[in-house]
Design a protein around this ligand. Structure first.
Ligand SMILES: *[C@@H]1O[C@H](CO)[C@@H](O)[C@H](O)[C@H]1NC(C)=O
Ligand SMILES: *[C@@H]1O[C@H](CO)[C@@H](O)[C@H](O)[C@H]1NC(C)=O
Ligand SMILES: *[C@@H]1O[C@H](CO)[C@@H](O)[C@H](O)[C@H]1NC(C)=O
Ligand SMILES: *[C@@H]1O[C@H](CO)[C@@H](O)[C@H](O)[C@H]1NC(C)=O
Ligand SMILES: *[C@@H]1O[C@H](CO)[C@@H](O)[C@H](O)[C@H]1NC(C)=O
Ligand SMILES: *[C@@H]1O[C@H](CO)[C@@H](O)[C@H](O)[C@H]1NC(C)=O
Ligand SMILES: *[C@@H]1O[C@H](CO)[C@@H](O)[C@H](O)[C@H]1NC(C)=O
Length: 388
């Protein structure tokens, strides 16, 4: 009986998969991927369109347990312009998100991470503000009156290597360490990996000493390996991927430290045409690493996804392959929970591409879904999988 029930559940949930898209045209879109449709031109369809998340929706994050979706708005051009926003959506109906609350934030939000603290497991969200040169946190669930719990404003403290891009600190992402006790924030403008310790009783952050990257790296996004002893960072300005070893001291608030092991160009030839690495992801329960390469035109008119793995090299990553991003300027990439599908958010072609992944070898394969979404001029900012 149990087997029959789970088989039925499995087939019911495996037929269609939901994806949410944030778009710089001021909309949040919901897509449905029909897993039984072999035609990539018809398998991915638009399920709903919402005008929401300010004028520049840039990043989405799911709180699946609470049936909530959060969206970050990149509007605003400086530390003081103060007009980005944070929006929450009810997704009890997976394909029809509905706005619940919206509140103002500092400018230029580009990424977020949800974290927990307190005996009751209260939730919080931290936001990286690229133009706002800051990191802010908000208590969840969000209401229209929620104000920031904390705001960390950063200034440059020394000379930079790439003055036109490093005119100010530019935190580009925020993510948790594997112990969920720290938040890391690669800062493209300051060549730092900022580190914050989470106070487990009240959710406030303590700013720790930041790790200095190689000058000119311009760190953007990062991911920890499954074991939690390595951190991989994409460096947008150097167009490289760094491997750091991770260690902890237990007896202090700021006990996480990083040590650079190596830095490579994420291509089997060791070279890439002028381009800008962006997203970096590791599938569930895997050592494979995938990096989006924007603008290399290796599969013109499309760019590429780099496939890397640490297995042959204990100190760092080895670039195994480049495959097509099936669109232009892959800003984000997300892997399905079972590891079999990769969704690519292509900014300039304003499209989502779904690619098969071989769960045994890690090789990316055929294009199985492709859809242009929204205003191409504005560009698509991110895509994530729903929880179905
Ligand atoms: C999904 O694709 C299959 C195969 O093409 C088709 O038979 C089915 O009607 C599609 N489902 C939906 C909901 O469109
Ligand atoms: C953004 O904030 C600045 C300063 O508070 C204000 O001058 C500007 O009008 C705001 N822009 C929008 C679109 O709200
Ligand atoms: C919060 O704001 C949203 C969007 O502006 C609105 O739809 C909703 O009714 C507001 N909620 C409350 C409780 O006022
Ligand atoms: C964590 O928060 C609690 C409650 O606000 C406070 O008493 C404690 O000092 C904080 N710990 C640190 C390390 O800041
Ligand atoms: C994780 O991967 C290992 C090695 O590939 C495999 O033995 C194990 O069954 C996997 N676990 C899960 C939960 O998928
Ligand atoms: C993915 O990983 C999480 C945490 O390790 C685990 O709970 C979940 O079962 C995994 N999912 C799949 C499909 O392997
Ligand atoms: C690179 O990936 C392509 C497409 O998945 C595959 O056909 C090819 O065999 C791979 N090459 C290497 C060297 O792994």
């Amino acid at each position: 009986m149990k087997t029959i029930t789970s088989l039925l559940l499995f087939s019911a949930t495996s037929l269609a998969k939901t994806l949410y898209v944030s778009h710089y045209d001021g909309h949040v879109y919901t897509l449905t991927y029909n897993t039984t449709d072999p035609n990539p031109e018809t398998s991915l369809t638009l399920a709903s369109t919402l005008t929401a998340c300010g004028s520049m929706p840039s990043w989405l994050e799911l709180d699946a347990d609470a049936y909530l979706l959060y969206c970050i708005d990149e509007t605003g051009t400086s530390q003081t312009s103060g007009n980005g926003s944070l929006t929450s959506f009810d997704i009890s109906d997976v394909s029809r998100p509905a706005v619940v609350s919206e509140t103002g934030t500092l400018a230029g939000g580009v990424a977020s991470v949800i974290y927990e603290a307190g005996e009751e497991g209260e939730k919080f969200i931290a936001i990286a503000h690229y133009e706002g040169s800051s990191v802010s946190t908000f208590p969840l669930p969000l209401t229209n009156d929620t104000t920031a719990l904390q705001t960390f404003l950063f200034t440059l403290t020394g000379p930079v290597t790439v003055p036109d891009r490093q005119d100010a600190p530019h935190p580009h992402s925020v993510f948790l360490d594997p112990t969920a006790s720290y938040i890391l924030s690669p800062d493209l403008g300051a060549d730092l990996i900022r580190i914050f310790a989470i106070n487990d009783s009240d959710g406030t952050l303590t700013e720790c000493e930041a790790h200095k990257t190689v000058p000119g790296d311009g760190p953007r996004h990062g991911v920890f390996n499954q074991e939690g002893n390595r951190l991989y960072i994409t460096n947008e300005l150097a167009d490289t991927v760094s491997t750091y070893s991770v260690s902890y001291k237990d007896d202090c608030t700021c006990g996480l430290s990083l040590k650079l092991r190596n830095e490579i160009v994420p291509s089997p030839t060791g070279k890439l045409p002028t381009s800008y690495v962006a997203e970096i992801r590791i599938p569930n329960n895997s050592t494979n690493v995938y990096v989006t390469v924007r603008g290399d035109q290796s599969f013109a008119p499309d760019d590429s996804i780099a496939f890397l793995d640490p297995s042959p090299n204990p100190t760092g990553l080895v670039a195994k392959n480049l495959t097509s991003s099936f669109g232009s300027y892959p800003r984000t990439l997300v892997i399905s929970e079972d590891g079999s599908l990769v969704a690519v958010g292509n900014q300039k072609s304003s499209s989502v591409a779904i690619v098969q992944r071989d769960v045994e070898t890690g090789e990316l394969g055929e294009l199985v879904g492709n859809l242009q979404v929204g205003d191409v001029e504005a560009g698509l900012s991110s895509v994530i999988w729903g929880s179905d």
